[in-house]
Design a protein around this ligand. Structure first.
Ligand code: NAD
Length: 486
């Protein structure tokens, strides 16, 4: 039996100006492991978005938040991290119920990183500063780093609270106010986080939360009261945000899709590379922006590698996401499951060989959205399954014979989010890393992240960087001040 939630989840409301308010329309949040409704949340209208933006503008215009010493702001972010840590089991369970990801991932990876990210940016609150510049003898010139203003945070469903924290952390550290919109499929942890923010004493209007789908997001992007949109999601929506944000000259940062190459040279530790390849694509059910979804294997170890890969993938069968032993959870929604199955059909039609998985499965006789870990062999780089982001547990494997060939193939993609190289030859590893057009390159590992290291894309994977010091630039404006001393 798929484990049921321990507690009944109350219907969600909107957080506006420090108050929880009812909305007009609602939408259901579904448990993808059972297909059942978990609860309902508000589908915020343009008028409701407007109220949230007005609250954020008032909080930005003056009052306790803007007057607060930076050290107190840092302490408040740190306290928020403590509250998340104190409620980590509850938040992890909510994330798993809403998204279908294994509780192992929510409890051991996502939520601990939310805590780390908040603490990392709590430390930055006291270190945001401009410079004095000796431009002229007759002037005193300096720069100030000021908050951008009201920031709209639009979040996808694959790492709901984690990706929100990547934006909330720097936005708060730099003294912005914000309107946060989680994805319509996974709104629950953002709402619980909002309750913790109220408990932490965050002044009213600093963090407003509106739930809803694309229409709610569009109302945010159009709104003249929002200065910047920080978006994570698909490339197609990212393009639309750039276009509609142009009317109000929105500052925009975009963390978009990927089709990341994972390159295995014959001189690598093959067993580690097999583990890296399996985790690279099947962690998070493959619903991971930096999934290693194009696996390049040097021809002379191809057969040995493929045998090991398939054996390992077959052990990774989907299971109840709330079971701590499960490593493959439920696809986030029926719609996403159908999209992934459509790509599996396309791969077969294009002539790739399906060598593992490929089918939906029922876990414990239920109606959840589960797909077997799927591997295609004999893929060509120009096939649809090698070029388009599938965002599911589907691996395309390709072969290569030399460094130049694999670099050229790896870069022949519209995306440039991440890449990995497996080899014991570190000179080759560094040379290849420099030639790959990607925002992150892992050598002899896959998928590692840290709050202190920038993450983001080249090409159609977006622009701007999250995490690390680099993110702070996107949440501040620079002001230059001239004082005439002549
Ligand atoms: P999506 O683009 O459909 O939706 C993302 C968010 O945007 C949701 O909150 C959605 O309601 C909102 N939205 C949808 N249409 C909108 C519009 N026209 N205007 C404003 N907001 C709108 O993406 P998704 O399906 O939720 O997430 C999967 C995508 O996210 C994948 O492409 C994945 O690669 C990408 N992603 C990227 C990163 C990264 O760091 N680069 C991380 C995670 C996910």
């Amino acid at each position: 039996m798929i484990t049921a939630s321990k507690a009944k989840i109350e219907p969600g409301r909107l957080l506006i100006d420090g108050q929880w308010v009812e909305g007009g329309k609602t939408l259901d949040s579904i448990n993808p492991a059972t297909g059942e409704v978990l609860t309902s949340v508000v589908e915020a209208s343009a008028q409701e978005v407007d109220r949230a933006v007005e609250a954020a503008r008032r909080a930005f215009a003056g009052g306790r938040w803007r007057a607060m010493p930076a050290s107190e702001r840092g302490r408040m972010i740190w306290q928020l991290a403590d509250l998340v840590e104190n409620h980590i089991d509850e938040l992890a369970e909510l994330e798993t119920l809403d998204n279908g990801k294994p509780i192992f991932e929510s409890r051991q990876v996502d939520l601990p990183m939310v805590v780390d990210v908040l603490r990392y940016y709590a430390g930055w609150a006291t270190k945001i500063h401009g410079e004095t510049v000796n431009a002229s003898d007759t002037a005193f010139t300096y720069t100030l780093r000021e908050p951008v203003g009201v920031v709209g945070l639009i979040i996808p469903w694959n790492f709901p609270l984690l990706l929100a924290s990547w934006k909330l952390g720097p936005a708060l550290a730099c003294c912005n106010t914000m309107v946060l919109k989680p994805a319509e499929q996974t709104p629950l942890t953002a709402l619980r986080f909002g309750e913790l923010a109220v408990e932490a004493g965050l002044p009213a209007g600093v963090l407003n939360i509106v739930t809803g789908g694309p229409e709610t997001g569009k109302a945010m992007v159009r709104h003249p009261g929002i200065d910047k949109i920080a978006f994570t999601g698909s490339t197609i929506v990212g393009k639309e945000i750039m276009r509609s944000g142009a009317d109000t000259i929105k500052r925009v940062t975009l963390e978009l899709g990927g089709k990341s190459p994972n390159i295995v040279f014959a001189d690598s530790d093959l067993d580690s590379a097999v583990r890296g390849a399996v985790n690279g694509i099947f962690y998070g059910k493959g619903e991971v922006c930096n999934a290693g979804s194009r696996l390049f294997i040097e021809s002379r170890v191809r057969d040995e590698f493929m045998n090991k890969l398939v054996a390992r993938a077959k052990k990774m069968q989907p299971g109840d996401p709330l079971d701590p032993k499960t490593r493959m959870g439920a696809i986030v929604s029926r719609e996403q499951m159908n999209t992934v199955l459509g790509y599996i059909d396309a791969g077969k039609k294009e002539g790739a060989q399906l060598i593992a998985g490929g089918k939906p499965v029922s876990v414990d006789g239920g109606n959840g959205f589960f797909i077997e870990p799927t591997i295609f062999d004999g893929v060509h780089n120009d096939m649809k399954i090698a070029q388009e982001e599938i965002f599911g547990p589907v691996l395309a494997t390709l072969s290569f014979d030399d460094v130049d060939q694999v670099v050229e193939l790896a870069n022949r993609s519209p995306y440039g989010l991440a890449a990995a190289v497996w080899t014991k030859d570190l000179k080759k590893a560094h040379q290849v890393s420099r030639r790959l057009r990607a925002g992150t390159v892992w050598i002899n590992t896959y998928g590692l992240m840290d709050a202190s290291l920038p993450f983001g894309g080249y090409k159609s994977s977006g622009f701007g960087r999250e995490l690390g010091q680099a993110a702070l630039e996107h949440y501040t404006e620079i002001k230059t001040v001239w004082l005439n001393m002549g």
